[in-house]
Design a protein around this ligand. Structure first.
Ligand SMILES: Nc1nc2c(ncn2[C@@H]2O[C@H](COP(=O)(O)OP(=O)(O)OP(=O)(O)O)[C@@H](O)[C@H]2O)c(=O)[nH]1
Ligand SMILES: [Mg+2]
Length: 218
């Protein structure tokens, strides 16, 4: 019975994700689902990215959090369209929440790229398709290099891994060799970009990935 309920929930989510994907594709909108543990640097990455890309790409953001509108307020300060979802205890976003959030954007908002910051969690978000084009996983060097091995599903389903807080590497025992070896076993050829969302180090490669894939590179 329990299994059937879970299966139904996932199937309903797949149906809505498929509707979202059709909606986004029809608008020519590229959609990224940004996943990480709490505090790995998702919002900081978005802030730095927006400062650098705002004039090149029409970017919008959906923020997912259990409580508060703090992340949406951070993004709104940069004058980018943003909608906050509060899951009120839920550990991940689902396709229905994203559909409702999408309808909160004024219809005339001209967007080319939509980034969805998922709830801080390295496990549950991977199971729920939101209708995105690609998942991007962030891990930061302060979390330990064993995270891909311990939470492989998110890495398996991601198209790109960002290794954040690289500015702090020398102050941690993060083992780059172990990290890359584990990733190689979980998802060979998964691209990894080492970045500091705070200092901007390595971020050009991330912008290239986002903008070129968006088809707006000149
Ligand atoms: N040194 C350093 N600190 C960073 C970097 N990126 C983020 N931080 C810091 O890490 C903390 C958490 O960053 P956030 O961007 O709020 O993390 P988040 O993933 O959005 O967190 P949740 O939304 O709560 O899951 C903040 O104090 C940031 O300033 C980085 O590249 N280097
Ligand atoms: Mg955040």
């Amino acid at each position: 019975m329990q299994v059937k309920v879970v299966t139904n929930v996932l199937r309903a989510n797949e149906d809505m994700a498929s509707k979202n994907r059709t909606l986004f594709n029809n608008k020519g909108l590229r959609v990224i689902n940004l996943i990480s543990s709490p505090g790995a640097g998702k919002t900081t990455l978005l802030e730095t990215t927006i400062r650098n890309l705002k004039d090149k790409v029409a970017l919008g953001v959906i923020e997912g959090d259990l409580m508060t509108a703090r992340d949406a307020e951070r993004i709104a300060r940069l004058e980018v369209p943003v909608v906050q979802i509060n899951t009120r205890g839920g550990c991940h976003l689902d396709a229905n929440m994203v559909n409702k959030a999408w309808n909160e954007f004024p219809p005339e908002t001209p967007l080319e790229l939509l980034v969805i910051e998922n709830v801080g969690n390295l496990v549950c978000p991977a199971a729920f398709d939101l209708g995105e084009d690609e998942k991007v996983v962030i891990i930061s060097v302060t979390e330990g290099s064993d995270k891909p091995a311990k939470y492989p599903t998110t890495f398996e389903r991601a198209s790109l891994c960002l290794l954040n807080k690289i500015d702090l590497l020398a102050h941690t025992n993060f083992n780059l060799q172990e990290f890359y070896q584990d990733l190689q076993k979980i998802k060979p050829h998964l691209p990894v970009i080492e970045v500091s969302a705070l200092t901007g180090q390595g971020m050009e490669s991330w912008y290239d990935w986002l903008v070129k894939r968006n088809g707006t590179a000149s």
